[in-house]
Design a protein around this ligand. Structure first.
Ligand SMILES: Nc1nc2c(ncn2[C@@H]2O[C@H](COP(=O)(O)OP(=O)(O)OP(=O)(O)O)[C@@H](O)[C@H]2O)c(=O)[nH]1
Ligand SMILES: Nc1nc2c(ncn2[C@@H]2O[C@H](COP(=O)(O)OP(=O)(O)OP(=O)(O)O)[C@@H](O)[C@H]2O)c(=O)[nH]1
Ligand SMILES: [Mg+2]
Ligand SMILES: [Mg+2]
Lengths: 284, 295
C-alpha cells in the first residue's frame, strides 16, 4: 500500500526524537526528518509495521550517507606532497572550543605523519592557558619533534609565524599550530584567531570538535566557520559511547569534510573518517 | 531561539479560550522543542512533558491570573523541582577538619580549572585551602595545576615524577599531609575518564575508597549532549556523587545535560564556571538556570 502523510506522521515524530537522542542538533534533525518525509510520501510498501520501519530505515541511511558525503573529501597526504614538491611547508591551524581535544589531536597527527616519513614542527600558539606549553612540549619530546614557543602572554600569531619561518628555513614538511580553546561567543578571541590565520595563511584550518557535544555543535561549527573559516574537521572522543550525531550536525551545517575521528587518548587512537562507520552507529 | 519558543507558547495560550487538550498539546510540543535544544535528555523531556500535560489539563486558573501564567508556572515548577528546589545550595564547610573534595569527570570537562576555582572560592571565604594533583596521565597536568595553585597562592601536592606513581598513593599522601598541616579544604584533581574506560573507572573507585572524600564532585561540560545521563549514572555507580560543577556556561550552551545528570544521580548542582579565569566561578542558582534554559 501507499505511504501517506498521515501514516508517516507518528513514525516521523518518533524518528525525530531518535535522531536527537543520537546527538543530532534539533534543527538539523528536523530538516532531516522533513526531507525524509518528502522522499517517503507516495512510496509503495507492504502493510506491516515492520516492513514500513525497515523501509524508512533504509531511506534514512541513504539520506544520512549523502549528507555526510556532501562535505567532500580531502586527501591530506596529496596536499602535503604538492607543497613538498614546491619546497614549502604545509601549514595546518587547529582551532575549536575549550577542552575538546586540539592539543592531543595535534600529537596524534604528528605521530601519523612521522610514521609516513614526513618531518614535522609544532607551534604552541596557546599562550594563555596554564600548562599549555608544558603539555605540548611533553608531546614534542615523546615524538622527537621541535616545538616553537614564546613566553606566556605572547602574541599567538607571532609564535605561529616563527614556526612557519623555521619550517621554511629548515625544509620541514609540515607545521602544526596549536591554539587556545575558545568559545565562539567570545568576539575578542574569535578576532585573535582570525589574526593568526591572516598572518600565517594556513593551508588547512582544522576544527577540532568533541563528539559528546549536543546542540551547541551547530552554533560552534557555524560561528567558527563564519569568523575564521573551517576547511576540515576532526571529531574526538568518539570512544566515549558518543552516537556520532555531532558528525551529522557539523557536516550538514558547514559542508566540510571530516578528516579523522579521535578514538582514545593514545597517539594510535586516530582513524580516517568513514561515513558508513558513523551511520552504522547511528542506526544500530 | 528558546526565547522565541516560549513567546510562541505564550501567544498560543492567550488566544485560546480555555486550557483545552489541543492547546496543552501544542504547549507541550513547544516546551519539548525548547528543552531538547537545551540538551536535556530525551527520556527526561518526555517524562517532564507527561507531568506538565497532566497538571495543565486539570489546573484551575485562579482569579487575577491568566491561563498562560498558570502553565508557565507549572513548567517552571517542574524544572526547579527536578533540581531539588528553588533555594541555592548551602556551601558551609566545617573548618579544621580537612574537608576533602574529589573532582571527577570526562576528559576535558574542566576539572583542573575548576579545582583552582574552588580553591580560590574557599580561600576568599577565609578557608585554608590546598590542592592535590592526582592526574598521572595527562602530559603537563602537574604543571597546569601547579601554575594555577601559584596564581592563587595555595599549596599543591603532586610529585613531579608522577607518571611512575599511582594516583591512589599520591591522593593518600597529599590528604594525610594537608590534614596534618591543618588545612580546612583539600581539593583533589583527578584524570579525565569516561564510563567505557573500565580500568580508569575502577581506579576512580579505588581512589575514593582509599581516601574516603567528604564530597565527590562531578565536573560536567555545559556543551555535553545526550550522553550526560548515562555517563553521570555510570560515574555515580562507581563513586557516590555528592555534587555537580557545570563548567563553560559562559558560552551559548544551555547546560541541559546537567539537568539530566541530576535526574540520573540525585547529586546537587553547587557551582558553575563562567569563564577560563580562576575567579570565574559562581554559586549555582536554580531559578536563573531554569529561566536561561527556557530562554
Ligand atoms: N577518550 C578520549 N579522550 C580524548 C580524545 N582526544 C582528546 N582526549 C582527551 O581530552 C582531554 C582534553 O584534550 P586536549 O588535547 O588538552 O584538549 P584541547 O582542545 O587542546 O584543550 P584546550 O587547549 O584547553 O582548549 C585530554 O584528557 C585528552 O587526553 C579522544 O579521542 N578520546
Ligand atoms: N570558557 C570557559 N572555559 C573553561 C571553563 N572551565 C574550564 N575551561 C577551559 O576548558 C578547557 C579544559 O579545562 P581543563 O581544566 O584542562 O579540563 P580537565 O577536565 O581538567 O581536562 P582533563 O584533565 O584532560 O580531563 C581549558 O581550556 C579551560 O580553560 C569555563 O567555565 N569557561
Ligand atoms: Mg590545548
Ligand atoms: Mg585536568
Amino acid at each position: 500500500s501507499e505511504l501517506t502523510e498521515k501514516k508517516l506522521e507518528p513514525i516521523m515524530n518518533e524518528l525525530l526524537l531518535e535522531l536527537v537522542a543520537c546527538d543530532i542538533a534539533f534543527p538539523i534533525a528536523e530538516e532531516i526528518v522533513d526531507h525524509l518525509k518528502k522522499e517517503l510520501i507516495g512510496a509503495k510498501v507492504e502493510r506491516s509495521k515492520a516492513a514500513i520501519r525497515k523501509f524508512v530505515k533504509e531511506k534514512l541511511r541513504e539520506v544520512l550517507l549523502s549528507l555526510l558525503e556532501s562535505g567532500g573529501e580531502i586527501d591530506l597526504i596529496k596536499m602535503i606532497e604538492e607543497k613538498r614538491r614546491r619546497r614549502e611547508p604545509f601549514v595546518i591551524l587547529f582551532l575549536g572550543p575549550n577542552g575538546h581535544g586540539k592539543t592531543t589531536t595535534i600529537a596524534k597527527i604528528a605521530y601519523l605523519l612521522l610514521k609516513k616519513g614526513y618531518s614535522v614542527v609544532l607551534a604552541c600558539s596557546d599562550t594563555f592557558r596554564a600548562g599549555a606549553r608544558e603539555q605540548l612540549e611533553e608531546h614534542a619530546k615523546r615524538l622527537g619533534v621541535k616545538m616553537i614557543r614564546h613566553e606566556y602572554g605572547a602574541d599567538p600569531a607571532a609564535v605561529a609565524y616563527d614556526a612557519v619561518m623555521y619550517a621554511r628555513a629548515r625544509g620541514i614538511d609540515v607545521v602544526l599550530i596549536d591554539t587556545a580553546g575558545r568559545m565562539q561567543t567570545n568576539v575578542n578571541l574569535m578576532e585573535e584567531l582570525n589574526k593568526i590565520a591572516r598572518v600565517v595563511e594556513p593551508d588547512l584550518k582544522v576544527f577540532v570538535g568533541d563528539a559528546l557535544t549536543g546542540n551547541d555543535a551547530l552554533e560552534q561549527a557555524m560561528k567558527f566557520n563564519e569568523y575564521v573559516g573551517i576547511d576540515a574537521i576532526v571529531l574526538t572522543k568518539v570512544d566515549a559511547d558518543a552516537k556520532g550525531g555531532a558528525a551529522i550536525t557539523i557536516v550538514k551545517s558547514i559542508r566540510k569534510p571530516i578528516l579523522f575521528l579521535g578514538t582514545g587518548q593514545r597517539y594510535e587512537d586516530l582513524v580516517p573518517f568513514n561515513p558508513r562507520w558513523i551511520i552504522d552507529r547511528l542506526l544500530e | 531561539r528558546l526565547g522565541k519558543a516560549l513567546a510562541d507558547v505564550v501567544k498560543k495560550l492567550s488566544r485560546a479560550a480555555i486550557i483545552d487538550r489541543r492547546v496543552v498539546e501544542e504547549v507541550v510540543r513547544d516546551i519539548q522543542r525548547a528543552l531538547l535544544m537545551a540538551d536535556v535528555n530525551v527520556r527526561l523531556v518526555l517524562e517532564l512533558s507527561n507531568r506538565i500535560r497532566e497538571r495543565a489539563l486539570k489546573v484551575e486558573v485562579p482569579p487575577g491570573f491568566t491561563k498562560k501564567d498558570v502553565v508557565i508556572r507549572i513548567i517552571y515548577e517542574e524544572l526547579v523541582r527536578l533540581l531539588g528546589g528553588e533555594k541555592p545550595p548551602r556551601i558551609d564547610i566545617p573548618r579544621r577538619r580537612g574537608y576533602t573534595i574529589m573532582l571527577v569527570g570526562i576528559q576535558g570537562s574542566g576539572k583542573t580549572t575548576s579545582a583552582a576555582k574552588l580553591a580560590w572560592f574557599f580561600k576568599n571565604r577565609g578557608y585554608k585551602v590546598a590542592l592535590i594533583c592526582a592526574d598521572t596521565y595527562r602530559p603537563g597536568a602537574h604543571d597546569q595545576l601547579k601554575q594555577l595553585a601559584e596564581l592563587i597562592e595555595a599549596p599543591m601536592y603532586g610529585p613531579k615524577d608522577s607518571n611512575s606513581r599511582s594516583p591512589v598513593d599520591i591522593a593518600l599522601e597529599g590528604v594525610s599531609l594537608f590534614k596534618k598541616q591543618g588545612y580546612d579544604v583539600i581539593i583533589i584533581d583527578t584524570a579525565g575518564r569516561h564510563k567505557d574506560e573500565h580500568s580508569l573507572m575502577k581506579e576512580m573507585t579505588d581512589i575514593a575508597s582509599k581516601i574516603r572524600p567528604d564530597e565527590v564532585m562531578l565536573v560536567i561540560d555545559a556543551t555535553i549532549g545526550q550522553q550526560a545521563y548515562s555517563q553521570a549514572k555510570a560515574f555515580n555507580e562507581a563513586v557516590k556523587l555528592g555534587s555537580i560543577f557545570i563548567s563553560k556556561l559562559d558560552g551559548s550552551a544551555k547546560g541541559g545535560g546537567a539537568l539530566s545528570a541530576v535526574a540520573a544521580t540525585g547529586a546537587v548542582i553547587k557551582f558553575i564556571g563562567t569563564g577560563e579565569k580562576v575567579d570565574e566561578i559562581e554559586l549555582f542558582d536554580p531559578s536563573s538556570f531554569v529561566s536561561r534554559l527556557l530562554g
